[in-house]
Design a protein around this ligand. Structure first.
Ligand SMILES: [Zn+2]
Length: 310
């Protein structure tokens, strides 16, 4: 590893910090791991004296710290987008053993077309494997986590809890490069929407008990969930809609309900209160939450025999 490469990576780290992006060192020639200990091997000293701290919380824009750290090794440069107010859409290629089909970039374009949403040019990097990463500022007031295979099969997102390597970082199979230095607009609304994952607590109030007749149960849910949406007070509509769509999605995932019926009933329910403007947003909530539910099928165990005595 040459001194020139170390100096180049130091300049990359300083340049990213100059953009206001919080950086952290990654082991040389790798995309993982960070040059830091894991929580389960925390020595409890130094920055961790009062409890383990993560690379994300340590990531910095401070030039002095960066110069001191990168003086010691040719570290690759991780940027933590969430902390920096940015969001990275990570489009992967298909693996060699996958059947032919769309790659991540094509999936993202198809998703944009399906939602009528813009996909403006923005700061874009390429990965050694041939993927591309689109970097967008996050609109004010929005906080996005990271997702894996969530918005599409080959598209991940990197917000809070995730990082992306800066262009100039190197792996044995190649370098991350800057493809486009356009200063893009804030992340489009439709991309914000598809990047949101339901918090795991969203449905925690619903326990999964055995049911007597799965098909009757599904039919009942198909009536009741849209009714909840119809009757939701204005401040509760979004949450009620996502909860209902998720619940029906779980039944679709369990093959107790067909997806078309679920979508149609939900759309009919929101039609009671939406406007042309909110219809696009409501559709997004329906799609996202239905998909989330389908990915997490409700486990229905038909209940046989007599009811257990209490
Ligand atoms: Zn620690």
């Amino acid at each position: 590893m040459s001194e020139a490469q170390r100096a180049a990576l130091e300049r990359v780290a300083l340049a990213m910090a100059g953009r206001g992006w919080a950086v952290f060192p990654i082991m040389p020639n790798r995309k993982w791991p960070p040059a830091w200990h894991r929580k389960d091997t925390c020595p409890g000293r130094g920055p961790c004296a009062a409890g383990h701290v993560t690379p994300e919380s340590l990531a910095t824009t401070d030039p002095e710290t960066i110069t001191r750290v990168w003086a010691t090794a040719p570290y690759n440069v991780a940027v933590f987008p969430g902390k920096s107010g940015w969001h990275v859409i990570d489009c992967d290629i298909r693996k060699p053993d996958e059947a032919p089909g769309l790659d991540g970039w094509e999936e993202l374009q198809a998703l944009a077309a399906a939602r009528g949403g813009p996909l403006p040019d923005t700061w874009t990097t390429s990965t050694p494997s041939g993927g591309r990463q689109l970097w967008y500022p996050v609109p004010p007031g929005v906080r996005l986590g990271s997702t894996v295979k969530w918005i599409a099969e080959h598209v991940d997102t990197r917000g809070w809890g995730g990082y992306a390597l800066a262009p100039g970082s190197v792996r044995e199979d190649g370098a991350y490069e800057l493809l486009d230095d356009t200063e893009g607009p804030p992340l489009a609304g439709w991309l914000v929407q598809v990047s949101v994952k339901l918090p795991p607590t969203a449905n925690s109030g619903r326990t999964q008990k055995p049911v007597a007749a799965p098909s009757a149960y599904a039919a009942k849910a198909l009536r009741e969930e849209p009714d909840r949406v119809r009757n939701a007070p204005p401040g509760q509509r979004n949450k009620t809609l996502s909860t209902a769509a998720y619940a029906l999605g779980q039944l679709v995932g369990a093959r107790l309900l067909d997806e078309h019926s679920a979508r149609t009933e939900l759309r009919a329910a929101v039609a009671a209160w939406n406007t042309p403007d909110s219809a696009v947003k409501d559709d997004g909530v329906i799609e996202t939450s239905l998909a989330a539910g389908i990915d997490n099928p409700r486990r229905i165990t038909p209940r046989h025999g007599t009811r257990r005595a209490a």
